[in-house]
Write a protein that binds this ligand. Structure first.
Ligand code: FPP
Length: 245
């Protein structure tokens, strides 16, 4: 690749829908879990690379609310893979000053997986480098429903007036409270969908789709997405003249 990344125009927050593990495994004549295991290696590579680039937030869609409907063996194996991966990777997260965060309905995870996650979140809480946000048992509609229930309850209890509900109140009641909105969303595997991911938060994100399957996704592919992003003009509803002034 000839072009290089402009460090002055880095996205603050990159979100990724890591798709195509199953198809990758099939291409290699292997079981689906082989694709997920290979996908974990990509997670490791991309997280280290994002750290080197100085990205502040990297959000990965690791398990959706809808993924609970997959065959039980795959769900169980994915949950074990998460436990093993977090166990193995915590020293690397510490070494690289990465803080692990989670979004989603963690109470639905098996206790062992949930506790392992919480342990790593606590252990890395003081790290000040990259914030690695794992979306687990997450879907946007689940999150928006939960937010509505939280705000309705506050109104019912007389803590909040209806006219005081603002975009900020809403953002603060989502599981992503305190996390800036993603600037760039990457989806691998050629699917051109958002799939119930961060619908509120992606309002002004730049979208980047690549046919590359997640286990094949490389540092060079990631850089290509960043460079593509850097060529876009982000107008946030304004005119081109206004933003280039
Ligand atoms: C999508 O591929 C991938 C998932 C649903 C799981 C992603 C999980 C990992 C990469 C491993 C665990 C992650 C971490 C952060 C440790 P797919 O199965 O939908 O692929 P397909 O569409 O080709 O079937």
């Amino acid at each position: 690749m000839n072009e290089i990344i402009n460090k002055e125009r880095m996205p603050r927050h990159v979100a990724i829908i890591m798709d195509g593990n199953g198809r990758w495994a099939k291409q290699h004549g292997m079981a689906r879990m082989f694709g997920h295991k290979s996908g974990v290696e990509t997670v490791h590579t991309i997280t280290e690379h994002a750290t080197r680039l100085g990205i502040e937030y990297l959000t990965l869609y690791a398990f959706s609310t809808e993924n609970w409907n997959r065959p039980k063996e795959e769900v169980d194996a994915l949950m074990s893979l998460l436990v093993d991966t977090i166990g193995k990777e915590t020293p690397t997260l510490m070494k690289n000053n990465v803080r692990l965060m989670t979004i989603g309905g963690l109470e639905r995870l098996p206790e062992k997986t949930r506790l392992r996650m919480e342990q790593c979140v606590n252990e890395t809480a003081g790290n000040t480098g990259l914030n690695l946000v794992l979306a687990l048992s997450y879907s946007s509609r689940w999150e928006l429903t939960r937010m509505t229930q939280i705000l309705a309850e506050r109104v019912k209890n007389g803590e909040l007036r209806v006219q005081d509900i603002t975009e900020e109140t809403i953002s603060d009641s989502l599981t992503t409270a305190g996390i800036p909105d993603p600037d760039l969303l990457i989806r691998t595997s050629g699917e051109l969908r958002i799939s119930n991911f961060l619908l509120w938060q992606l309002a002004y994100a730049e979208l980047y789709f690549t046919p590359c399957l997640w286990p094949d996704f490389t540092v060079e592919e990631f850089d290509r997405a960043i460079i593509d992003y850097q060529h876009r003009e982000r107008r946030f509803g304004k005119t081109s003249e206004q933003v280039t002034k």
